[in-house]
Ligand binder design. Sequence first.
Ligand SMILES: [Zn+2]
Ligand SMILES: [Zn+2]
Length: 449
Amino acid sequence: MTEELKTRVCDAIDARADDIIAFAKDVQSEPELGYKEVETTKKVVSMFEDLDLDVETELAITGARARAGSGDFVAAVLGELDALVNPDHPLADPETGAVHACGHNAQLAHLVGSAIGLVGSGVVDELDGAVEFVAVPAEEYLDLDYRRQLLDAGDIEFFGGKQELIRRGYVDDWDAAAMMHAGSNTPDRTITSSFSTNGFVGKFVTYRGKEAHAGAAPEEGINALNAAMLGMNAVNAQRETFRDEDHVRVHPIITRGGDGVNVVPAEVTMESYVRAASIEAVSEVNQSVNRALASGAMGVGGDVEIEDYPGYMPLQTNETLASFYDENARDIVGPDAITEGDQHLSGSTDMGDVTQLVPGIHPWTGGFEGAVHARDFRVVDEEMAYVIPAKLTACMLVDVLTDSEAMDELRAAKAEKRSRESYLDAVRTFRGTTTESYREDADDGSDDS
Ligand SMILES: [Zn+2]
Ligand SMILES: [Zn+2]
């Protein structure tokens, strides 16, 4: 019975494989950054409406969702709408530099393909639960000046779209959540389904000094660039204290290094992440990084302001979902489809946040050459990149939603996880601003530059 349902699902996907591939390429041709995915959302909505689904839009600025089937158990299928910035990529938008170099267009193909498989075939109505198809905004943590404007305007609280969906209550009734992600340097038909990822805190750092003529009177100035360099070196001096098992990554960049070469830099800005495998390790390392960054201002007698923003939570893969996923991958792709891969990845995703509340799966799937985010990232196997992942997710959901024991296992796993309130409490602890002033001429600590 389950096998017959899966055959119908896969036949429905195969019958519209050309449409799914055309949709993926259409999304790829018009890349949009997070919380700006207006046209991309419309493309998804149009595919959902073709299936006679009722669609809700503007979940968090952008985004869309549609539910099919019925029952107490709700499984969500997710696809990320956003592109990233890499102006050197051959497919980059010449104006914005945006490009689907993380394969999120393949995720959307998987999302609409799963809907075609489950809804188009009518199978969803024969399952013991509902499926919610969700196009999610803003996974890439970038374009942060824009997102800070949204934050200041009260339009969002979090930079990550899934975080924002959690806050707004969209995730509350999900009992399981499924997505896929393009594998980096994975041209073959291979899949890694079970692993964890780092969480992180995001950081804006501003060093303030005092401008002066860089040649004639540097002694009159306070060099904010020197403060930043000292701060970064102090962070580097902390690296030997990072425990291997915490998988710590601290990778600052300077976003403003000075204004004119003949003026002592009065203001220098940096951004960084502090990543680690557990929330506790992120918190602990973040404190030492902030102390180290502040020491740069002390060194030159300037000011520093460090603004911390919640980043993403570590990803937890649910093993019930992974074992169904792997079985289907062996059936559909081949007996050697599943590769172990790294068990922990030091990158991050806001699917991690979802998996703090809901049992979830975030497999890496093949068909892509080049490294994600790099200029050489591209699809080399359209069927594997765009069509097969839809079958894998849809068939996994047929397995789950016809198996009361599996649904009980997933409900029990969800009961062990955080509530929305506990999640929000945990993630909000990472928001904060630290200011230190080490100016010798400042009696009140205020900035007099
Ligand atoms: Zn990415
Ligand atoms: Zn991605």
